[in-house]
Write a protein that binds this ligand. Structure first.
Ligand code: SAM
Ligand code: SF4
Length: 351
């Protein structure tokens, strides 16, 4: 079907990317994401249904959303995820499906997910040291995650990206180890600046600091653009064809001469990346969230009670107009003296 009116905010930014949190549940308790005791969880019946996710994705895809990412909580903790991936793949406008996972259950599902159409995957990994990994995740086993990453490579996921959050005094001495690990396994590595969301207080390590450290160790480390021309490093999904599917508006990328490893930086703290924001978030509770950093959410489950798809689109289009130009992260961080301001925990929003 022809693409209809695009989804555009009041600042002319076109929304092409939907991040879907399929569950608020998780089998880990990462120190920067959730309290040890966990967080109040949604009742099962309050979690957005796969039917609603698929209908919303289909409607938005007809209006230009071509990329979706499945996240959580831990997405693999929700039953029936392979079926969701398969159904998303049948929506003709969706050209790029990816998932962010902690990797604990990935070895169990990696093959079936791949066969269902998932070709790109991000695995979160914050330490290469067994004891430290356990401390950061509070329960996780490093070996399991490493095995999952190797399996994902072997199966042919491309790219396999590693998401790493560094915290001063906890794991910031592992920068070079992570780069060597990524080079060895030909992985893409993304450093995400720590964000004080949901009651977490810790010292972030800025992207600039990480960049300088890598530059001083590797002479051939330089900026690259994530485009389909980086064929060796930025792999395309089978049916990806345009740059917007691949280039993540909020990430800056660097590479090495060997052309095999990409290092990305996501820097909400130290840089304003909002000008290129192309994303919308669907929370596990079925709310639309226009920005990670603003608490305002809009109930999509109610909107989807409307039978007419175009009426649903019009309501969502009105909500998108409320998207602010930039996040207020730095101001809020200052005001709250580096404590958190958000009422939600990352596990429900999806990161
Ligand atoms: N459970 C999956 C995982 O860990 O990959 C997906 C959900 S998790 C909320 C998505 C991403 O958010 C992960 O890469 C995680 O490292 C990141 N994240 C969680 N809390 C964060 C925080 N306070 N600051 C920065 N990134 C965070
Ligand atoms: Fe779970 Fe992911 Fe949050 Fe860690 S970052 S507690 S794995 S949702």
């Amino acid at each position: 079907m022809d693409e209809l009116k695009p989804l555009i905010d009041d600042f002319g930014r076109r929304i092409t990317y939907l991040r879907i949190s399929v569950t608020d549940r998780c089998n880990l308790r990462c120190v920067y994401c959730m309290p040890e005791s966990g967080v109040p969880l949604l009742n099962h019946e309050d979690i957005i249904s796969y039917e609603d996710i698929l209908r919303l994705s289909a409607i938005l895809s007809r209006h230009g959303v071509s990329k979706v990412r499945i996240t959580g909580g831990e997405p693999l903790a929700r039953k029936g995820l392979t079926g969701l991936i398969e159904s998303l793949g049948k929506i003709s406008g969706i050209k790029d499906i990816s998932m962010t996972t902690n990797g604990i259950l990935l070895d169990k599902y990696a093959y079936e997910l791949y066969n269902a159409g998932l070709k790109r995957i991000n695995v979160s990994l914050d330490s290469l040291n067994k004891d430290r990994f356990k401390n950061i995740t509070r329960t996780g086993n490093l070996e399991t995650v490493l095995r999952s990453i190797e399996l994902a490579k072997k199966i042919g996921y491309n790219p396999v990206k590693i998401n790493t959050v560094l915290i001063k005094g906890t794991n910031d001495d592992e920068i070079i180890d992570f780069v060597n690990f990524a080079k060895k396994l030909e992985l893409n590595l993304r450093f995400i600046e720590y964000m004080p969301i949901g009651g977490n207080i810790a010292d972030a390590v800025s992207s600039k600091e990480i960049e300088e450290k890598i530059k001083s160790e590797f002479g051939d480390f330089s900026p690259i653009k994530d485009t389909p021309n980086n064929r060796n490093t930025i792999a395309l999904t089978e049916n990806s064809s345009d740059e917007s599917n691949i280039y993540d508006g909020v990430s800056r990328s660097f590479g090495f001469k060997d052309g095999k490893t990409v290092i990305g930086f996501i820097s909400p703290l130290s840089e304003h990346f909002c000008g290129d924001c192309n994303r919308l978030r669907l929370t596990a509770s079925g709310n639309l969230r226009l920005c990670l950093f603003y608490d305002n959410e809009y109930n999509v489950k109610n909107i989807l009670k409307e039978n007419d798809d175009e009426a649903v689109f019009e309501k969502i289009s009105d909500i998108v107009k409320l998207k602010r130009f930039k996040h207020n992260f730095n101001e809020k961080t200052k005001n709250f003296q580096y404590s958190s301001w958000a009422n939600d925990f990352m596990n429900g929003i999806g990161g």
